[in-house]
Design a binder for this molecule. Sequence first.
Ligand SMILES: [Zn+2]
Length: 486
Amino acid sequence: MDKNLKSLNPTLVWKHFAEIVNIPRPSHSEEKIRQYLVDFAVAHGIEHKVDDAGNVYMKKGATAGMEDRKGIVLQAHVDMVPQKNNDKVFDFINDPIEAYIDGEWVTANGTTLGADNGIGVAAILAVLEDDTLVHGPIEGLFTATEETGMDGAFGLKGGLLQGEILLNLDSETEGELYVGCAGGTDVNASLEYQAEAAPEGFETLEISVKGCKGGHSGIQIICQRANANKLMFRLLRKLSAQMELKIASVDGGGLRNAIPRECVASVLVKSSDVESALAIVAEFEQVAQAEYAAVEDSISIKAQKIAPAADIFPDSLAKALMAAMVACPDGVDKMSMAMEGLVQTSNNMARVVSDGNTIKVQTLVRSSVRSEKEALADAIKATLEFAGFNVVLSGSYDGWNPNMESPILKAMLSSYEALYGKRPAVTAIHAGLECGIIGSNYPGLDMISFGPTICYPHSPDEKVEIASVEKFYDFLLHTLANAPKK
Ligand SMILES: [Zn+2]
């Protein structure tokens, strides 16, 4: 096992990375890496501070003749995701990562490597340490606890950063520039009810919607996959239009950021309606399968008789809930006009569950445009309030709307072409990044996210491509030397 990372190029980046892998730094146990950064700044006479959120900040002046350039903030997060193979004995709080060279890649023996975002941290240290470079005013921002909620970015106060440009070094495909991300808002609705005794002469059916693909509610919302909760309530409305229908319970979806794959409801219909209820369910399964034929291949919608339910939702509540659930917006709401193929605003109708006393509905609204996010969240709130829900919005954070006229984007496109003879891909993501949160306290900050190629981050197979680190670092240095003028 070749563990000599320091033999790789660029030497300064790998020197720091080789030291960083020896420093345990799972999220929330970041004191040692913070100390390493502070020690580095002290040793090199670099102005620095640690803020209340645990972010480390450093600052270095322009090199001679570069004083007229816009200041650039270089940003990376210090924590890593601690994942190991089942058979690996490893203590992330104390043990150094066993990083080694495996052909064209650097990887770790049985654990995550922490190239996400250790390579970014190492690159910033390499820039700050190297007195032979050409650059305008630079700042280093090493954020805390990104992987479990972006605590450092949320805790970063306005007024600290002075640069007009921020380069986030936490992307995972060399040759791609990220210029936008989505913000989010959680919609939390609850409605208390007094359950009623199930009436005589009814049979209880369990209806299930299963086999939907689901996926990440940001990344995969563009796939227009089926939402099991939405399908369920469409079906219940259909049934209730044909017969007397009571709802005993419902349980659909799981995590707020996952498109729901399954929803199960217990309903009551008159004994004389059971046969036609089963027929409607079977017919609806075919309708749903046909509608989603291009994106889903195993949607299953079934009904079966089960033991009688003891109690039910009041009729008025069942009616209101069905109406609200079919009326609530879900999926892609708007596509970006600035960037083709980018979802701008969406909602994921993530969870609906009853427990005998309360019905809860949870959704996650995402948008790269704050006002659209607020408007869609309010539309959902209004719909659920109509049905009598108490609705609370929480956990709101900002996105980052792509600016194709951005000065640093133009400079980086020409830097990349000058170095590699082709244009990098310019892209954005319909999910949260630190940039969106940092930008909310620094309006007008001109941002780009990029990085080397890292495969399987957050897993024990994580690896970083050696050649891509060199390309990424050369591109970073070229960008600094060609920073836009003030
Ligand atoms: Zn990361």
